[in-house]
Design a protein around this ligand. Structure first.
Ligand code: NOJ
Length: 576
């Protein structure tokens, strides 16, 4: 099943083409400490062969765009062999590329090209569950109860007189019970198996030494291919509480993020990451692990990035914060304070493939969470999104950008139900699961869909793009100084010129009117001040210095020499 590479020589994982903030960061203890990492969602980035689905050759052809954007690394969501029950987060073979995305040779070429351009590559690793089409799971089903393969998953007899009830009360994150009953080889109803996500995603049993061995081997496989790191899916889920105890309550999704659950954030996960860190450290070039860990507190998130564990963890508390100065200041302080004791960089993120894009979140009233179905006030959302991005890029640590946010793309909130593919949409009877809205393919050029996503005008795209996305294409925005694309390019260029911007663990807060954030950072050539006006009104303040960059397209920071007017919902960077 595993594909083989025809070319046996492997690329070294050390980009050398340019001196970047990433490489200069090495002297302060690692490129990843201040890296800007761009998330590519392979299905939706660029379609090289015109079948309507993005692929590795498509991504490869667009790498120069990412180099020019000014990011340091690219994180690729899964492209492994998969039946795509959860858009690739259901892996059937961890060492093979799904034919819809290309081949292992394409992956090899992509890694090599990226390194030549000075970009690092991080791949997604999905260790909490496999696909139900994974060879181990298929054999476990075929061989029936008592098969040693069943010990690699969580198979249990059901409760009730005839085993007709699930073994415990756990609920799937995608809705419904977290257990599905399997059939015995003779077709009679058999044991149940655990799946915290879709039934097509059975959870591994990490108490099984075979599972631990297999993943250490998978890590080495991709490290030998030259990748610079792994984003670890559901990093908090691998270890379950002994005995799989009942939770004793329903609506468990609402508890997520508030309590330690018997299936999430168990202390046993940390031994796994300590063993992985040793493997990462065996390889040259600072290979990293990034935890996707949903935990009740940022302090518990910090446990994943202790010095002998992973390097970074996503800061979902920041992602979930409204566009509100007081709330932002609180979460920024909390994030920096919680990472300092473990000496890990704080990360910052506003959008990804699982949440409503921030241009749409901020177009809606605050407090609605990260799954929003309404388009809201689009111009307001874009204005705030641009301001939020400049604020994020001024903070110390590493920042994540999700493909298309540099174009100011909104979520597509009106996708017809019949084109949706998010499994949780179906498991929640259409009440939830709107993640397809942030996964619509990228508009690159032209006036007709798929807007350069695929090679042929009028060709297919796996999700339909809105008619007005021609105006948002890369081609239209490139070179327009008022565009969101040029704002991102300028911001990343300034960050590169001033590596000290991403470095460090402190911000110095300055006094500011209500609704305005103002902080100072020490940069290489003097100080740097960031102002963020989160209110809907212009605010006048004493001029902090010489303006470097503003999020407002109309460049409306008005100055009379001594004072300046910060436009509503805007961020500016100042040299002082
Ligand atoms: C988190 C991933 O980001 C999401 O897309 C996926 O559905 C779940 N993990 C399950 O793998």
């Amino acid at each position: 099943m595993t594909q083989n590479l025809a070319d046996a020589s492997r690329p070294a994982a050390v980009p050398a083409a340019r001196t970047t903030a990433a490489t200069t960061g090495a002297s302060r203890g690692g490129w990843w400490r201040d890296a800007v990492i761009y998330q590519v969602y392979p299905r939706s980035f660029a379609d090289g062969n015109g079948d309507g689905m993005g692929d590795l050759p498509g991504i490869r052809s667009r790498l120069p765009y990412l180099r020019d954007l000014g990011v340091d690394a690219v994180w690729l969501s899964p492209f492994y062999a998969s039946p795509q029950a959860d858009a690739g987060y259901d892996v059937a073979d961890y060492r093979a590329v799904d034919p819809m995305f290309g081949t292992l040779l394409d992956a090899d070429g992509l890694i090599r090209d990226a390194h030549e351009l000075g970009l690092r590559i991080i791949v997604d690793l999905v260790p909490n569950h496999s696909s139900d089409r994974h060879e181990w799971f298929r054999r476990a089903l075929r061989e029936g109860p008592g098969s040693p393969l069943r010990e690699r998953y969580h198979f249990r007899p059901g409760k009730g007189e005839n085993g007709e009830l699930p073994p415990n009360d756990w609920e799937s994150i995608f809705g419904g019970p977290a257990w599905t009953r399997s059939d015995n080889p003779d077709g009679t109803p058999g044991e149940w198996y655990l799946h915290l996500f879709a039934p097509e995603q059975p959870d591994f049993n990490w108490d099984s030494p075979a599972v631990a061995d297999e993943f250490r081997s998978i890590l080495r496989f991709w490290l030998d291919m030259g990748v610079d790191g792994f984003r670890i899916d559901v990093a908090h889920g691998l270890v379950k509480a002994p005995g799989l105890p009942d939770l004793g309550s329903h609506d468990q999704l609402k508890l997520l993020g508030n309590d330690v659950m018997p299936f999430f954030d168990q202390d046993g996960v940390h031994a796994i990451y300590r063993s992985w860190r040793k493997i990462l450290d065996e390889y040259p070039g600072d290979r990293i692990g990034v935890a996707e860990a949903w935990t009740p507190t940022v302090q518990r998130t910090a446990n994943y990035v202790r010095p002998d564990e992973l390097h970074q963890a996503f800061n979902f508390q920041y992602l979930g914060t409204d566009w509100d100065a007081a709330k932002l200041r609180e979460v920024i302080d909390l994030s920096l304070d919680s990472m300092r004791p473990v000496q890990a960089p704080t990360t910052w993120v506003l959008s990804n493939h699982d949440v409503t894009r921030h241009a749409t979140r901020f177009a809606n009233p605050g407090g609605l969470g990260t799954q929003i179905r309404t388009a809201g006030d689009r111009p307001l959302g874009l204005r705030r999104a641009r301001a939020a991005t400049l604020l994020m890029l001024a903070l110390p640590g590493s920042a994540y950008i999700y493909q298309g946010e540099e174009l100011g793309l909104p979520d597509v909130t009106d996708l017809p139900d019949e084109v949706r593919q998010d499994p949780s949409f179906f498991r929640q009877a259409g009440q939830d699961g709107f993640r397809d809205g942030c996964r619509v393919p990228i508009p690159w050029s032209g006036t007709e869909a798929p807007y350069g996503f695929g090679p042929v005008a009028g060709g297919p795209s796996w999700l339909p793009q809105p008619a007005d996305w021609a105006e948002l294409s890369v081609e239209v925005q490139a070179g327009d100084p008022t565009s969101t694309l040029e704002l991102y390019r300028s911001a990343l260029a300034v960050r590169r010129e001033q590596p000290a911007l991403g470095a460090g663990t402190e911000v110095e807060w300055l006094a500011a009117p209500e609704g305005v954030l103002m902080f100072r950072r020490e940069a290489a050539e003097g100080s740097f001040v960031c102002t963020a006006n989160t209110t809907g009104e212009a605010v006048r303040i004493a001029a902090p210095g010489r303006m470097l960059l503003s999020s407002t397209a109309e460049a409306a920071v008005e100055s009379d020499g001594e004072s300046v007017e910060l436009p509503a919902d805007s961020t500016a960077w100042w040299a002082v």
